[in-house]
Structures are given as C-alpha cells and as structure tokens.
Design a protein around this ligand. Sequence first.
Ligand code: G3H
Length: 239
Amino acid sequence: LRQIFLTRHGESTDNVLGRIGGDAPLSPRGKKFAKALARFIKQQRLAFALEMVESKKREDWRAHKANKSPMPSTPQEEVRAKVRAASNSQFTVWTSMLKRSTETGAAFDPDEYDVKHIRFLNEINSGCCEGLTYEDIQKAYPEEFHARQANKLYYRYPGMGGESYIDVIHRLQSMIIELERMTQSCLIITHRVIMRILLGYLLDWTQTEMPHMMVPIHTVYEIRPKPYGTELKKWQYIE
Ligand code: G3H
C-alpha cells in the first residue's frame, strides 16, 4: 500500500492576475502554501506509517487467534522504531520544470526527499494565448475562444508549441506508466490540466467531464491504489 499525493503548485503571481501559461514565480500566498505543504506531507507520512504498524498488529492478532500462535508482543519502543523506519522510507517529489512548481518543491528538504523536476509535468502550452487572461483571449481571438469551449478535449491552441488536452494526455503516457510501476509513495506538484488528466486516469473520470473538473489551487489529493478500486482523500489549505 502506498500514498500518491497530487497538488497544483502554490499560487503564482500570474494566478493573481488571472493569466494562463507563462513561467511566473510564486506569490507570497503561494510561498506560504509551499511551506505548509511540506509540513503537511511530513505529518501524513507519519500518520500513514503508524496506520501500517497498527494494521500489521491487527493481522498478527487475527493470526494468533486463528492458529493459537504465541501472543504477538509489541513493546512501545519496537512500535516507535517501526513507525520511524516506515516514515523514513523513500518518498519521491516530482515537480514540473516551471518556476511556480519547482519553487513549491523547494520547500522539501533534499536530504529527506528525492526531488525530481520533469518537463512532461509542465502545464498545457497555450500557444499564442500564453500569458493572456481568458477575457483577453475572448477579445483578441473570439473564434478560438468559442472553438475551445465547444470541444476542450480536442482543441489545440494555435501558435508555436500550442497543445490540446489530447496532446498532453499523449505526453503524459510514460509518466503514468512510471507512476503505476513504482512502489514507493510520492507527491506530484504540477498544474491544472495535468492534475485533471492524472486524476481523471486514477479516478476513472470520463474524457468528456475531465477537462471541466474543478481542481483548485492549495488543495491536496491523496490517492491510495487498492486491489479493488482507489481511495481518495482531499484536503484544502486554509490560511
Ligand atoms: O494555464 C492553463 C490553465 O490552467 C488551463 O485550464 O484548460 O480550464 O483552460 P483550462
């Protein structure tokens, strides 16, 4: 059993202005979120380790009752050592290569976490609309704006490097394979479109609903893949 945490980066200076794309740094609120996120993940890892030790204890008791095996002993010191070992186990933090995401990841101590920056996790490239607000786009490119509204999944932004959700799904395929393959717990710090696609995959959202799902900033999703289905928890950062 492992924990997969997913979140968008902390609030950026462009988020404050309502601009999409670009490579803006974190706002003061975003910086506060990054610190709170690192504290939160540490707590959650400890709680998870404790949960694992408790569930092992319950299993041992069940086995003891069924087989009349010797009573399992769990002196406090032994339990504490197990929790420490489990919470110190390898934990990967993946961020995109954009500033708002790497700056959020910078709150994680590299001696404690294996932090990696991955280009595949970058936000959708909005081509000629990079750096604009949705209002700007509606004014400057009204036809494009409506074409995207009509088919958000397949619509590709015009201009250099412009992508559609479908393009992003394709570039994320190798990441999804890696995520399925790995056995350790991890945190992914990324962007709205990437969150929708990853959550959509993990939680079985349909391709019709996925591009429209609400995925606010300063919200952490925890996924636990189980043999039958997936467990989801969601936390919101309150300042
Ligand atoms: O910067 C890009 C936005 O986060 C994308 O969101 O697909 O709802 O326009 P959207």
